[in-house]
Design a protein around this ligand. Sequence first.
Ligand code: PLP
Length: 234
Amino acid sequence: MSLISRNLQAVHGAIDAAAQAVSRQPHAVSLLAVSKTFAVSAVLEAAAAGQRAFGENYLQEALDKIAVVRATRPDLALEWHFIGPIQSNKTRPIAESFDWVHSVEREKIARRLSDQRPEKLPPLNICLQVNISGEASKSGVPASEALAVAHAIAAMPRLRLRGLMAIPEPTSVVAEQRLAFRQLHDLFDQCRAAGLDLDTLSMGMSSDLPAAIAEGATIVRVGTAIFGTRTYAE
Ligand SMILES: *Cc1c(COP(=O)(O)O)cnc(C)c1O
């Protein structure tokens, strides 16, 4: 068994344990494998072990991998999620090549994605990224503006607003991890109470996955625990 498939098995075990600890169904949490900086061979190895959904942060790197996989292994039907920062002049290839975008933080970006989503594809699945920790430097719409932006996105014809995403400030204190995730869940409940048909809470990474699942994550985005430590090119 390859290292990646063993890691995937361990992550699924961690998801199941975290879900059972709070009496949630393990299948209510889906695993997004974050393959940024890893070669297409790593994606294919994970796919061979049954993984279908992959997350990417860097547009050109992602487009290269998607093209290789679609050309050489169309049978795999992988699902591609864009989770990185979005420049407004780069929305078209995102709208054309991805199934999901988790990192929408402005109405203007959402409008461009909707306008540019090809008619032959289903609506693009969207998570609104929220700045739950509240620091000025962090990405995401401020929590106080999230409901209004969510309403605007939900009305865009070629998008399907699925839910909220956050990357809280890193901390090893589990109580702090849970507090941040709970804040995102509260916002999610507010959006639903306001009539938005949301089903997705994208939260939790390798180091805070149990806390995210305890607070209701439906998608966890895991890179390191599956593929190993990343090394960034200079
Ligand atoms: C890199 C990244 C991840 C995965 O992080 P790990 O700590 O490697 O699991 C998840 N979400 C986003 C938005 C990322 O950029």
